[in-house]
Design a protein around this ligand. Sequence first.
Ligand code: FRU
Length: 480
Amino acid sequence: MFQKYSPVTRADYQRWIPTQDAAIRRVQSDPRALRYHLMPRLGWLNDPNGLCQFHGIYHIYYQYDPFDVNGDLKLWAHLTTTDFIHYEEHEPFLFPDSALDAHGAYSGSAFVKDDQIHFFYTGNIKLFDRPDHDYIHSGRVANTIHLVSPDGFQFERKELVMGMEDYPEGFTQHIRDPKLIEEDGVTYMVQGTRDDDDHGALLLFSSDDLSHWQYRYALRTKEPLGYMWECPDLFVLDGQHLLITCPQGVPTQGADYANVHSCVWMQLSHTLADGLTVETVHQLDRGFDFYAPQSFADEQGRRILIGWMGIPDADYTNPTTDHGWQHALTIPRLLSWKDGMLHQQPLPELEGLRRESWQMDVEALNARGFDEECYELELQLDGCKQLTLSLSEEIRLTYQDQLFTLDITACGCGRTTRSVHLAQLHDLHLFSDTSSLEVFLNEGSEVFTTRIYPTRPRCVKLKTEGQPAILRLHALSAHQ
Ligand code: FRU
């Protein structure tokens, strides 16, 4: 059936990885290697997958291609932590080793039920023998696969729960990234898709036993939003139904949708059973590198989100590829619903990374020449009308005429600025690592996530109209 059928098994990986010590050392020797973000040991990383907490242990999986720095065949890498400071890296959890997923164990999620973890993911098959090689309408198969695991490490078999014949009419072969939610005793699955009119949408299925799934309906925005939606994540926070998804190809509108591939959150009304409807749409992140986030409720009921600090089809060459690696995950973020807005804030556990902390005024900061690469900066800025925050000669954040702008022109490998209109700027919380920045504004109701490739030393300088109420700095250590 396939011109090329090249599954990679666990045994293949186990034979190959011991030959890669020099390549792994090359990754580690990159001065841009991140200190407190999760990055691949070797090769390529994309979406976080299967996030969950089970028996106290947080499991983090991600799309991983250790064989190709530009990402081709996808495995699921696997890490665990109990505190988001100390991590243990395990052998990859999933390999594209069967006729169901031979061209990629694509993205998926975890669903904890009856003391087991159920994983659902997309088994990607490309039909190389199709003469037109049209991967939209005829040249691919997206299998929905179910695994049951007693511990997040083992599973017995890959169960095919939906194939192409089980998906509804009117949609292309782009159907993927299953995520589950339970409501009123019914389990629902959402998948991202591209319809026959080239509009993004969400497909909703339900099941009584996690093996047999019925199509219920498609969810769309009133006006089309891009040609494809990837990585849907539907959840309820403080009684509010919210959907995070990644629409591709939304036209740029002023400062909005500046990237070809975006990530948005939507406020929904009604229930899953009645038929959800989209009320409002907002960008989840305004930076250059944020995509495919996934959230989960932990055992304390907190909703935690981790994103891919990268973007598909980036229009520049990431300089880290010279050292044999590419991309990373964001810091874990706590989601909350306040005043009709979704907020993202750094997970409190990250305070455990703080090595040394200072509180100072603007004069003291500017006189000091703060030159750490890995740090956190907190500003409380009530009533601020104008601000210029330079992190080095190459990185500048400004707020002026109600426009907040991140400018990385001098160290962005061709990328320049990203902005958001803000009537008020109350606070700013920034996380800097060797080659990344995450900036949370107004308690995280707007966020900018981006990779940076500085060549000049860091030196934080601040100019504001009036004194900030609080200015704190924390030097951060590496995660363990
Ligand atoms: C998003 C995505 C998903 C897909 C995965 C493949 O970045 O394209 O839709 O499942 O990556 O790696």
